[in-house]
Ligand binder design. Structure first.
Ligand code: PHE
Length: 527
């Protein structure tokens, strides 16, 4: 079968034509093919020395829209002449009605100048029985040849915006030293058989194409939240923090609230704010858990390495029963110098299971462990928390908390402020402001504000404080030990960094994976 441009076996077609003539221009033989396709075929043959080709760059006359419409329908002067001819005579206004206002305007003058039409009273009549539409024929030939021989005529056509001149790349091709009538079969793999038979010596190997770009890759991509999370982790690790084990999304009211001295009537414990778990209906009282123990031991080991105490303190046995009773007592009657809340503390309320509302539940658990062997320690975590919120552009029912805890002797509030300034400074946020706030578990408490240059206003970026004795002393931590705590959302800085205005674009089932894929791997700009 004769190959056609449609079959797209362009290399073979080129070989076929070269079988008949020594040289030719592919763009003339294959007018429907793009230069890119022609070039690809020439490269393929050229790299095998089957053809040789040369590139020619030349000016080509190309029709503008107006020029094309003259080729299709005739020139304005011809249309005017033709309209008058078909009617015998016409009023000036009728011409515009027949051929259109613009055509009439341009065409009438030229037709007059060419003496194709003339005035007869108030009407127009033809002056010539037969006319040649020269403009149309000129443009037709320009289109076919890409050329207008007379430079004056070309300049005129350009001025009338009927044609323009563009650079055109084309090729001339001739036989190469290895020309053959057909593309030879090419061997792509060297086999053991070819080696043992020796046929490799005469085999026609397909040349490597070192210019091929290869297929597109579809690599994995880190989610922006993960990237910012890594940034925070590095800052923490660089400052001697160890990571707390945060794998428990479900915890008891005891660890999430009571141990933090959050009263059982506190609005945060309302159904409106906390998700409660109905199955299983109840948690065990605080106790050892082998799986959690392993994670906790690993963290403790890391922490000990960083904070080896020169003079070991007295260690106490972990006593959950005592802790439980202490927490009850500090709520109900007051203890450790506190007057407490003076209400009847409910064990059932404390054992209700909740989706943790903050990672401070984990910090509490780790601080209770620290009380066995009280020593300076720095703990952090970055993980998910849950709140029964009305979902909107900036709130979801779940988000990630970045949390840090520092335990030491002789800590002061000023030290916390300095620490936070250094910490946020590493993220490029300087000049913090602190606002007194309230948390049931810290006193004093401070909200942290940073100036957002983009929004041109102060925005809350975190919450912090010094844990209350009512929280620390029931655990058995010494009276002179102070503990800083602070927390912030991971989403807020990520949204600012990645210019995301709707949190649902960042987290949840509506996240567009394309968005995740297309985020830059690293951002060098701060804020
Ligand atoms: N738990 C607080 C919150 O959810 C953050 C915090 C942690 C505050 C530790 C003080 C101390 O916003």
């Amino acid at each position: 079968p004769v190959p056609t441009p449609e079959t797209r076996d362009v290399p073979q077609q080129i070989l076929d034509i070269l079988g008949e003539k020594d040289t030719f221009k592919p763009s003339e033989e294959f007018p429907t093919l793009s230069q890119v396709e022609i070039k690809a075929a020439l490269d393929r043959l050229g790299s095998r020395s089957m053809v040789e080709y040369e590139q020619i760059t030349a000016d080509a006359v190309v029709l503008e829209k107006e020029g094309q419409s003259i080729v299709d329908e005739g020139s304005p002067e011809y249309k005017v002449w033709d309209a008058i001819r078909s009617k015998g005579r016409m009023g000036v206004k009728d011409v515009a009605g027949a051929v259109g206002g613009d055509t009439a305007k341009f065409g009438q003058g030229t037709a007059m100048k060419n003496r194709w039409i003339k005035k007869d009273g108030n009407d127009l009549v033809i002056a010539e029985k037969d006319v040649e539409d020269k403009t149309r024929h000129l443009l037709q030939s320009a289109q076919q040849t890409g050329n207008v021989a007379d430079s004056k005529v070309l300049a005129d056509l350009k001025k009338r915006k009927l044609v323009k001149v563009e650079k055109r790349i084309s090729y001339t091709v001739k036989k190469g030293p290895k020309y053959a009538k057909e593309m030879p079969v090419e061997v792509t793999d060297l086999t053991a058989d070819m080696l043992s038979s020796g046929s490799w010596q005469t085999a026609n190997f397909k040349p490597y194409n070192f210019n091929a770009l290869g297929a597109n890759q579809t690599p994995g991509a880190l989610h922006p939240l993960n990237k910012v999370r890594e940034e925070f982790r590095k800052i923490f690790f660089n400052q001697g923090f160890v990571e707390m084990p945060t794998s428990r999304y479900v915890d008891s009211g005891f660890w999430n609230f009571d141990a933090l001295f959050v009263p059982q009537q506190h609005p945060a414990r309302d159904m409106q704010d906390t998700f409660f778990i109905s199955d299983p209906p109840k948690a065990d009282r605080p106790r050892d858990d082998p799986a959690a123990e392993a994670a906790m031991n690993a963290m403790e080991e890391g922490s000990r390495k960083l904070y080896a105490e020169p003079t070991p303190r007295k260690t106490t046995r972990r006593d959950y029963e005592k802790y439980w009773d202490n927490v009850r007592e500090v709520h109900e009657k007051g203890a450790f110098g506190s007057t407490g809340y003076r209400y009847t503390w409910s064990e059932d309320e404390s054992l209700r299971l909740v989706l943790r509302t903050h990672t401070t539940a984990v910090s509490t658990w780790c601080l209770h462990r620290l009380a066995e062997d009280p020593r300076p320690a720095r703990y952090f975590s970055i993980d998910r928390v849950f709140r029964n919120e009305t979902v909107d552009a900036t709130h979801l029912a779940e988000f990630h908390q970045v949390e840090g805890v520092i335990a030491d002797f002789g800590l002061t509030l000023g030290g916390l402020m300095k620490f936070l300034e250094d910490f946020f400074g590493k993220l490029g946020l300087t000049g913090l402001r602190f606002k007194p706030a309230y948390n049931p578990y810290t006193e004093p408490s401070m909200e942290i504000f940073g100036f957002h240059a983009g929004l041109d206003k102060w925005v809350e970026i975190g919450n912090s404080g010094m844990f209350r004795p009512e929280m620390l002393e029931p655990m058995g931590l010494p009276k002179d030990m102070r503990v800083y705590g602070f927390g912030l959302s991971l989403e807020r800085p990520t949204m600012i960094r990645y210019k995301v205005s709707n949190i649902r674009d960042l987290l949840g089932h509506k996240v567009d994976l394309k968005f995740v894929e297309e985020q830059p791997a690293v951002r060098l700009d701060k804020n």
